[in-house]
Design a protein. Structure first.
Length: 254
């Protein structure tokens, strides 16, 4: 069942998602060669606590950290570690919080220092795909219009869309209906309605789409070792169209 939120509930969700956006912007600024993803995780947890919120991911189905930090060929759900990041790496930072009973969720991928032109293009295309997907969000549109928009941008640029992981509804739970694939034919699935809140999150590989999960039970990586990028916004369907609840300040990518 897809749960539509009232305007008051969307305002409460805006608070949670605004906090996620601010913390991700700060994490992006401090990401640099020599920094570890565990240090980023500690900073994220500290900022959440200072805001009187709680992490959405830590303890979720046993996940051990506040932040998912996925470096290079890691697609999603990378567990923070003590390995220093190096110049030229890319890292996906995915984070959620709970504020006043409602969830916020967003992700960005950032370069560590100077990155290769093809890595930069992967990030730009993935972020563009997210923007095109958000353009489809309006009352009366079909759910599959979102994924079709992602796939069209990604494949036109020679990259591939991950099939195993999808976006999702969000609200009083981190994962609600509907699931939102990043591929497919347009004009299918449920119609979008005012009050729906969707976490839209393209995951894009520089190589082939296949992924596998490592022995830690969480970290998903590309099977061919190619780079992967991930961007996510939480978006509400309103009378005026899409409202991006996780919009970040201009200084941060996304």
């Amino acid at each position: 069942m897809i749960v539509c939120k009232s305007p008051a509930e969307i305002e409460r969700m805006a608070v949670a998602n605004g906090l996620v956006a601010r913390i991700l912007a700060e994490l992006a600024e401090v990401t640099s060669p020599g920094v570890t993803t565990r240090e980023l995780d500690a900073l994220a947890e500290r900022r959440i606590a200072e805001a009187g919120a709680r992490p959405a991911f830590k303890g979720y189905r046993g996940y051990p950290a506040t932040l998912c930090a996925s470096v290079n060929e890691q697609v999603v759900h990378g567990i923070p570690s003590d390995r220093p990041m190096k110049e030229g790496d890319i890292v996906s930072l995915d984070m959620g919080v709970v504020v006043d009973g409602f969830y916020g969720d967003s992700a960005i991928t950032v370069g560590v220092g100077r990155i290769a032109p093809e890595a930069d293009r992967l990030l730009r295309v993935t972020e563009e795909a997210l923007g095109r997907a958000i353009d489809q969000v309006r009352a009366g549109a079909r759910l599959s219009d979102i994924g079709h928009a992602v796939q069209a941008v990604v494949e036109a640029n020679g990259f591939s869309v991950v099939r195993e992981f999808v976006g999702h509804g969000i609200g009083a739970a981190l994962h609600e209906e509907p699931q939102i694939p990043n591929y497919g034919e347009p004009g299918r699935g449920p119609r979008l309605a005012e009050g729906m809140v969707l976490a839209i999150e393209p995951m894009v590989n520089a190589g082939k789409p296949a992924v596998k999960v490592l022995a830690d039970g969480w970290t998903a990586v590309t099977r061919d070792g190619s780079l992967s990028a991930h961007f996510e916004h939480t978006v509400a369907v309103t009378a005026g169209g899409a409202r991006v609840l996780t919009r970040r300040e201009a200084r941060a990518r996304g």
